[in-house]
Write a protein that binds this ligand. Structure first.
Ligand code: GLA
Length: 737
């Protein structure tokens, strides 16, 4: 059983395969965090807390009279509250009706349930309830004065060293409580010097890695853009200075939430590190009426003492097994072709059919019609909101076009952007009060479009109905759900003035309800997320959309770092990745087709270029590549992912290894070319020491196959052939002899 209660020492241990998480209820009924890290057996780690009178660190009233060393100002806590003597950053800020902002939580009770916890209206880890791997701990805390009850929830995935942390607030008092900040988790790490790895970026250049020491003071990253954003990921890692891919301690924090978030870190006066993660408080203020509840989104906490590689693989497995859902996510995903970079807005039905026919001949299985198929949408200034096909442009109805694509032998998919509206649309004309804007002010425009108010249930019902009509009336088996701007001017027309601070979270809850309804009612449709590429690439969206267009940047060399950064928290199966034209439309860079393919294959694979303009040789190559992709699909999408290089290296290399380690696929991409090249030598982990592998360069029959054992590949390493073609790449198949 992963959760163990020791009533004599009042200790709760959460055991996972290689970690222990421990908390203790102390003599004052405070819930003290005593350990999170490697295994500790049945030791009580509270013995290692050093109690000292630190001066200016006050004492709770009940302790202070007899013990001036007991202070919430330095004690490691499970969940921190503002106002009662903990002067660090705190997770919970509550205002009572009398204006008091002080809250003090004490332990009341706890219990354990089999299975994983289901959070009303929010994405979360799921698993079979009878599986012994899963168990959930509920710790009930209360603030006796205000009547606020907080249940801390820990859903354990034993085999993956993952704990899904969340909390539920309930007002059991007699008056209104206003929640001004409510973090989903707090982790105090009392000892050690740590580093923080976070993923920062901008549109089309997402998830660049920043690694730096955690210094004294407060550091934070977050988003107030209405979405998780291109700019700061809701996934980050705390690690030791010496931690690398294969060794050392690290903790992962992945927020299963797609809205505004903040990760805050403070190193305090005693050198202790506190991490807080939750909904961003800047635009958050929640009225918790008597007997009302507020469920907070989940954070996936993971631990590895074998470096980042293992941490990533556990997160990948968790997302593939315990986050993504639905029939289509489990089946082999179709190889798709999207017309965006092929035509942009400038297409006709005839042109699409021409592309589809050729694509089908090459082995592509799904045709996706991107933006521009509806209303008067011929550029990005107008047309959003009226989801009626432009039959003049298509030359037929949506249904007929879908049928034509099906007749070719392909599935048919469409692009939509349901959260947006243009001013010159019928939807806006009929419902100007449905857009997000503040009374008396003109709203901010972005791409000349306005946001529809998903915090309003009536709007969500309308969107469900209008999309259901489209999906029921045409043979559509794929939807690309886009969202192309940040949200400001936050004000919901359906909310009272004193509930405006609930807008951003209610927007996300509305979005989740719409997605839940549509994905449930249309289980044969594959939904792909998108927000100008990777602006809403998070574990929350993955619960509804098993793949997400990773970035609007399709340059394979830029993509290497975007995919590299994304891979720390998320599996390749979630990364929408396409082969596009050369020179690339975003960077102008010219790259060989094999490299564009190698990079796109490390994702949910597809094409996004005008294939009718390719040479015969290129078309033949693509046909061959698609065959190769299908052959290696299981290995690429379901294998274990190993990073074999760092960003500083002259090439990027990674490997996928299958379950029984009988096969692996290594991909290597050169960033540059130089004269008189030195060999690239890489160590390949993750294989079976005792297996002899044939080493086969795919598509390079001229390179002789040779053989090495798993042990030799790890300890001796593999020399990759140099190339004098700029940005060349190789895919190398290792297969058990
Ligand atoms: C966003 C998406 C693109 C494309 C365009 C269409 O930018 O990320 O892939 O769909 O919108 O307008």
């Amino acid at each position: 059983m992963p959760i163990i209660w020791d009533p004599n020492r009042r200790l709760i241990n959460i055991e996972t395969k290689t970690s222990t998480y421990q908390m203790k209820i102390d003599e004052y009924n405070n819930l003290i965090h005593t350990h999170y890290g490697g295994k500790i057996g049945d030791s009580d780690m509270s013995s290692e807390i050093v109690y000292l009178d630190r001066g200016f660190s006050g004492n709770p009233y009940e302790a202070g009279k007899k013990d001036r060393t007991y202070s919430l100002d330095y004690l490691p806590q499970e969940y921190s509250c503002f106002g009662t003597g903990d002067f660090r950053i705190t997770g919970l800020h509550v205002k009572e009706a009398n204006g008091s902002k002080v809250c003090s939580l004490h332990y009341k009770n706890h219990y354990v349930c089999k299975g994983l916890y289901s959070i009303k209206g929010l994405p979360r880890i799921h698993g079979n309830a009878d599986d012994d791997n899963y168990e959930t701990l509920f710790v009930e805390m209360t603030d006796e004065v205000s009547g606020l009850d907080v249940t801390l929830i820990y859903s354990v995935i034993y085999d993956l060293d993952i704990i899904g942390r969340s909390a539920r607030l309930r007002n059991n008092g007699n008056e209104l409580l206003t929640i001004e900040k409510a973090a989903s988790m707090n982790l105090d790490i009392p000892y050690g010097n740590w580093q923080w790895i976070r993923y920062i970026g901008r549109h089309a250049m997402e998830r660049n890695i920043v690694r730096s020491d955690i210094y004294h003071g407060v550091q934070s990253v977050g988003s107030v853009r209405g979405t998780s954003s291109h700019h700061y990921q809701p996934f980050s890692i705390i690690c030791k200075k010496e931690t690398n891919e294969t060794a050392g301690e690290c903790y992962g924090f992945s927020f299963v939430y797609s809205g505004e978030h903040i990760t805050e870190i403070e190193k305090d006066q005693t050198g202790s590190t506190r991490v807080i993660l939750g909904i961003h408080p800047d635009n958050f203020c929640w009225r918790l009426e008597q007997e009302a509840e507020l469920e907070l989104p989940q954070v996936l906490l993971s631990y590895s003492n074998e470096g980042f590689g293992k941490l990533s693989r556990n997160n990948h497995r968790c997302i593939n097994r315990n986050i993504v859902r639905g029939k289509r996510s489990k089946e082999r995903r179709p190889v798709l072709i999207n017309n965006w970079e092929a035509t942009y807005f400038d297409f006709t039905g005839e042109k699409l059919i021409e592309i589809a026919k050729l694509a089908h001949e090459m082995g592509i299985e799904l045709f996706v019609m991107d933006d521009g198929w509806f209303g008067n949408r011929n550029d990005d200034n107008c047309g959003l909101g009226d989801w009626t096909a432009n039959e003049e442009k298509l030359g037929c109805s949506l249904k007929e076009l879908g049928k034509k694509i099906n007749d070719i032998g392909m599935e048919f998919g469409i692009w939509v952007e349901p959260e947006m509206v243009s001013e010159n649309s019928e939807l806006y004309e009929n419902h100007p009060d449905w857009v997000v804007k503040t009374p008396g002010r003109n709203p901010n425009l972005a791409r000349n479009q306005l946001v529809i108010d998903f915090a309003n249930p009536e709007v969500c019902d309308y969107i469900i109905k209008s999309l259901s009509d489209i999906l029921s009336n045409a043979p559509i088996s794929y939807v690309k759900w886009d969202m192309n701007r940040s949200i400001c001017d936050k004000h919901g027309n359906s909310l009272d003035a004193d509930r405006q601070g609930e807008f951003s979270h209610r927007y996300v809850l509305g979005l989740y309800r719409v997605l839940e309804t549509l994905t449930t009612n249309f289980e044969d449709v594959l939904f792909e997320g998108c927000s100008g590429g990777g602006g809403r690439y998070d574990a929350g969206m993955m619960y509804y959309t098993p793949q997400i267009w990773l970035s609007d940047n399709t340059d394979p060399i830029n993509r290497l770092s975007i995919q590299y950064g994304s891979g720390f928290g998320y599996p390749v199966s979630t990364m929408g990745s396409h082969v596009s034209a050369s020179p690339n439309h975003q960077t102008g860079r010219q790259t060989p087709l094999n490299t564009r393919t190698t990079v796109a294959m490390a994702g949910s694979f597809g094409y996004e270029l005008d294939i009718t303009k390719l040479s015969m040789e290129e078309k033949q190559q693509i046909k061959k590549d698609i065959y190769t992709f299908k052959e290696y699909y299981e290995l690429i999408q379901k294998g274990d992912y190993y990073r074999l290089s760092s960003l500083e290296d002259k090439c990027t290399a990674w490997a996928m290894v299958n379950n029984d380690k009988s096969e692996a696929l290594i991909s290597v991409v050169y960033h540059d070319v130089e004269a008189n090249q030195l060999p690239t030598h890489i160590s390949v982990p993750g294989l079976d020491n005792n297996i002899e592998y044939n080493i086969i360069y795919i598509d390079h029959e001229e390179i002789p196959v040779h053989r090495l054992s798993g042990m030799a590949l790890l300890n001796g390493g593999l020399s990759i052939l140099p190339s004098n073609i700029e940005y060349d790449s190789y895919m190398i198949h290792l297969v058990k002899r």
